[in-house]
Design a protein around this ligand. Structure first.
Ligand code: NAP
Length: 306
């Protein structure tokens, strides 16, 4: 029999896009008796209550986790250690603690020392998101057909892991497990580097002289528009991602810079065959991503957003 994805009292520490979406899933499917939210700002909590994401709300992390059998940390990654410390006095050792942070190794190091039962901490990362933030950005289908990566440690309680797996499956995700370090290397190339490139390109435009900048904005075609969407992502969260996944991002950035320099050289020397060969290989990768169900072919499905 599969382990139950059902909990009695769930405390969401941080109630934005990700935790808000998970709260919607749990509420709709009846996966919890009681849902509690904790955030810094009362305005965020008022919004979460108004939207019906949770029925209780507090700015005090220790009060939020009192009596909870599941705690989900969904703050920006850099705040996770401080919130774990703040909630610890209210935390029961029987509670399962999980998180949704986009980086894993540093977050685990920051959080675990504060927990009364570190073996019941199941670190996780739903690889799903949008450029929008806050409780009003939450939607129930966010995790459907997306991967959720869990990064248990050797001493993680298998029963706690199984229950978190069951929860993400109930949300529609495909669950994978890997080490925190492997997660951080894979995400550095698939997510962190693309965001850095988008921030750079949009930043370059922001630095252009006024008249050129207004033309770029007026004639923005597909490529630039796509970058602006990614570069509109939450600045605090992405600051934390780069600062806390420094090693892996720097390694991937080194490889990328080498490849960019090679392309620069090919353009300078008019080596069209090299450019064409690369662009042909990258097309095949796009087909692979679509085949994996991680993107939609806009021509085949003109109405589906990516
Ligand atoms: P979000 O919409 O900005 O929500 C963040 C929540 O955390 C808000 O409720 C905020 O409350 C609270 N918070 C912020 N700083 C805090 C602090 N210092 N102490 C306590 N609470 C604090 O963020 P999100 O997009 O849901 O991201 C949350 C987590 O999910 C991050 O760790 C991120 O890495 C991960 N994630 C994000 C995505 C994505 O695409 N966005 C995808 C996968 C995973 P206040 O309004 O009161 O500050």
């Amino acid at each position: 029999m599969s382990p139950p994805a059902r909990f009695e009292r769930v405390a969401f520490i941080g109630i934005g896009l990700i935790n808000g979406s998970l709260a919607k899933v749990m509420r709709r499917q009846g996966l919890a008796d009681e849902l509690v939210a904790c955030a810094r700002r009362q305005a965020t909590l008022d919004k979460a209550l108004e939207l019906g994401l949770v029925e209780h709300a507090t700015t005090d992390p220790a009060a939020a986790v009192e009596g909870a059998d599941l705690v989900v940390i969904g703050t920006p990654p850099g705040a996770a250690g401080a919130v774990a410390k703040a909630m610890a006095p209210g935390l029961s050792p029987r509670a399962i603690v999980t998180d949704v942070g986009s980086i894993k190794a540093q977050l685990i190091e920051d959080v675990r020392p504060h927990l009364p039962a570190p073996e019941r901490f199941v670190p996780g990362h739903p690889v799903a998101g949008t450029e929008h933030s806050g409780p009003e950005a939450a939607f129930e289908t966010l995790f459907v057909n997306r991967h959720c990566i869990l990064t248990p440690l050797p001493d993680t309680d298998p029963a706690a892991l199984a229950r978190i797996e069951a929860l993400w499956r109930a949300a529609g995700s495909r669950v994978e497990t890997m080490t925190p370090e492997h997660h951080d290397r894979v995400l550095a190339i698939t997510s962190h580097l693309p965001h850095l490139i988008a921030y750079t390109i949009v930043g370059t435009v922001a630095d252009l002289e006024q008249h050129l900048q207004s033309e770029v904005l007026r004639y923005a075609a597909g490529g630039f528009t796509d970058f602006t969407r990614i570069a509109a992502s939450d600045p605090v969260m992405w600051r934390d991602v780069f600062v806390h996944n420094r090693e892996a991002v720097l390694e991937m950035l080194g490889r990328f810079t080498e490849d960019l320099t090679a392309l620069q050289r090919a353009i300078r020397w008019g080596e069209g065959d090299k450019l064409e060969a690369l662009f042909t290989r990258t097309r095949a990768i796009r087909r692979g991503v679509i085949a994996e169900g991680q993107a939609f072919d806009r021509q085949a499905l003109p109405d589906r957003p990516e």
